[in-house]
Design a protein around this ligand. Structure first.
Ligand code: SAM
Length: 387
């Protein structure tokens, strides 16, 4: 079927739930994804286009005619893939350079349409739908309803997955993906990642969760076995001693304590991973080290100094990764009211201008009078005497 006709049928078919346009045709593009959903504003049926650009969302509400035209053009010129969900079917489609459309169609569970403009947030793993690992980990009850007291965790997992979804490159995505979660703890995130790649996206993925604690690792391995997550493995050990047996594409950390985050970043650099998604936790090292006479009025207050030293640490981590060839963005992980530990360091291997990066790194260290840092000592031990 012609692309234009297909899009028109879907948009005018009155059963559209949502669409996701992804996989940009060329390597570099600020816009990673376009989410499209029907909305009713002042009784008018419109299509809301949400473009995700550098983790910011830009909205545009279009009438059906405009939406059909824009979507056909976008799919011919810019993006290769479109996922479509209607009340009755799901379509996973690809559009070739010449505009040829190929689709896989399957039945979808019945979905109720809600066209209100401010409808409730849709999560990658939804509430009120049974999800095996969330039930096993006590986040959902047996009917798939998220327990009130576990809602923050539920939101956190979904937010992490949303960021992963907006980060990964469609090209790379075709291959097997290997991920390590350092300091996985009870592994809500590790299971979430496996569920997302293996169960939702149907991708070939291998994930390792690493933690120091015996009981946690036993529990996670048993849980993984119970729900048949064959390529999800948990290993007991210290990040510093861990050696991967094969290429790793992505490392993640979620609130890995203190210098555990630094150790994870050094490992990522050593393995030359493509993606780093790291939400640091408590930070002690810089608190005792930062000095700057001009900023004494801030540093002499313990509370301010603590917050400042956390921010200085994350900035230096960013500069370290820049120096190692990563493009880094600091993004808000979840809103401050849910956890103050809410900065995510998102690194993508790009091969940056490392000479400028090293200058910035050194100037920043000098400004804060920082020396003898864990991340540098560990880097020198693991990789070579660069610092
Ligand atoms: C605050 S918990 C976070 C757990 C999990 N990522 C989450 O967010 O639910 C930090 C975890 O990191 C682990 N950890 C700390 N230092 C580590 C190290 N050097 N090597 C491996 N695991 C470490 C701890 O045992 C703990 O389970």
């Amino acid at each position: 079927m012609e692309l234009n006709q297909f899009i028109e049928d879907i948009i005018r078919g009155n059963s559209l739930v949502n669409m996701v346009v992804s996989n940009y045709r060329r390597k570099q593009n600020e816009c990673k994804r376009i989410n499209i959903k029907p909305v009713t504003i002042k009784d008018e049926y419109l299509l809301q286009f949400e473009s995700i650009v550098s983790n910011k969302a830009f909205h545009e509400n279009l009438e059906a005619d405009e939406a059909i035209e824009k979507l056909t053009k976008t799919l011919t010129e810019d993006f290769k893939n479109i996922f479509i969900r209607t009340e009755f079917h799901e379509y996973q489609c690809m559009v070739s350079k010449k505009g040829k459309l190929t689709c896989k169609k399957r039945d979808a569970g019945k979905v109720c349409l809600d066209l209100s403009h401010n409808r409730k947030k849709e999560y990658i793993i939804p509430d009120n739908e049974k999800c095996d690992f969330l039930m096993e980990l006590g986040v959902m009850d047996e009917n798939g309803k998220v327990y009130k007291k576990k809602y923050d965790k539920f939101r956190q997992i979904n937010k992490f997955l949303e960021i992963v979804d907006g980060t990964i490159d469609g090209e790379k995505f075709e291959e097997k993906l290997r991920i390590v979660d350092f300091g996985c703890g009870k592994a809500y995130l590790t299971f979430g990642l496996y569920y997302y790649f293996n169960n939702i996206l149907k991708k070939d993925v291998e994930i390792i969760g690493l933690d120091l604690k015996d009981d946690v690792i036993d529990f996670c391995n048993k849980t993984s076995k119970n729900i048949g997550y064959e390529k999800l493995e948990f290993i007991k050990g210290d990040i510093s001693d861990f050696n991967a047996q094969s290429n790793i594409d992505m490392i993640v950390t979620l609130h890995a304590c203190n210098n555990a985050t630094d150790a994870a970043l050094v490992k990522a650099v050593k393995w030359d991973v493509d993606y780093i998604l790291s939400v640091p936790c408590c930070q002690h090292e810089f608190f005792s080290k930062i000095e700057n006479d001009s900023l004494l009025p801030m540093i002499e207050h313990g509370l301010i100094k603590e917050r400042l030293s956390s921010l200085v640490t994350d900035t230096l981590r960013t500069l370290y990764l820049n120096n190692e060839g990563y493009e880094v963005k600091l993004v808000e992980f979840v809103a401050m009211e849910h956890t103050p530990k809410n900065i995510m360091i998102k690194g993508i291997k790009k091969g940056q201008d490392v000479i400028t990066a090293k200058m910035k790194y050194n100037e920043f260290k000098k400004f804060w009078n920082l020396d003898d840092l864990f991340i540098e000592k560990y880097h020198n031990e693991e990789i070579g005497n660069d610092y």
